[in-house]
Design a protein around this ligand. Structure first.
Ligand code: IMP
Length: 201
């Protein structure tokens, strides 16, 4: 079973491949399909963006397509950066600038509770789509720490831990992360589709 993964982010693709490791499942990144356009993420929710990406690329490619839309919600900032996580500090997306802006906004604040949220959407070639969500609660560190991962990983300390995601092995991050939680739910709920059974969409 071949599934197109609607992302050009190599870090996301690697994490998705590590977690959705099912026999016979081939996950092809959108970067390998130069003919496919970038889909604008203009929805107001993670779910709307994930569905839009999965359905657009499934219809255009004729393949099943899986999309991840994810981001960071900080309580003291009213849920920002939220769906605008990738471009929090402006265009073009710049992870270091986003992290600097987040630290500036939280400067002097003791209330640093946050969560990562991830919605995974899976669309059939005809555009029938289902979604699952994963959440990872935690808090924002006072300064960046660690070299692993991507995005806000150097600033995010998952609940009950001391290390940031960027200080953890990939396997540990995947066990705790919003993406890991959503993808394990996807694997359980959609196992027949992912194994290639021709079940109705
Ligand atoms: P999008 O889902 O492509 O709109 O972008 C998600 C953005 O949220 C990324 O560019 C990161 O800034 C942030 N993000 C999502 N997941 C993670 C993660 O696992 N670690 C760190 N940052 C993340």
């Amino acid at each position: 079973m071949k599934i197109l993964v609607a992302t050009r982010n190599p870090h996301k693709l690697r994490e998705i491949r590590e977690i959705l490791d099912l026999p016979g499942l081939e996950l092809v990144g959108a970067s390998e399909r130069a003919d496919l356009p970038d889909v604008e993420e203009d929805g107001e929710t993670f779910e709307a963006n994930a569905v839009k990406k999965a359905v657009s690329l499934a219809r255009l490619s004729g393949l099943w397509a899986l999309a991840d839309d994810s981001g960071l919600e900080v309580d003291a900032l009213g849920g920002a950066p939220g769906v605008r996580s990738a471009r929090y500090a402006g265009e073009p997306a710049d992870h270091a600038a986003n992290n600097r802006k987040l630290l500036r906004e939280l400067s002097g604040r003791r209330r640093r509770r946050a969560r990562f949220r991830c919605v995974i959407a899976l669309s059939s070639p005809s555009g029938e789509c289902r979604t699952v969500e994963g959440i990872c609660p935690g808090r924002i560190a006072e300064a960046p720490r660690g070299q692993e991962g991507f995005g806000y990983d150097p600033l995010f300390v998952p609940e009950g831990r001391r290390l940031t995601f960027a200080e953890m092995d990939a396997a540990v991050k995947n066990r705790l992360s919003h993406r890991g939680r959503a993808l394990r739910r996807a694997r359980d709920e959609w196992v027949n589709i992912l194994r290639g059974a021709r079940q109705p969409a």
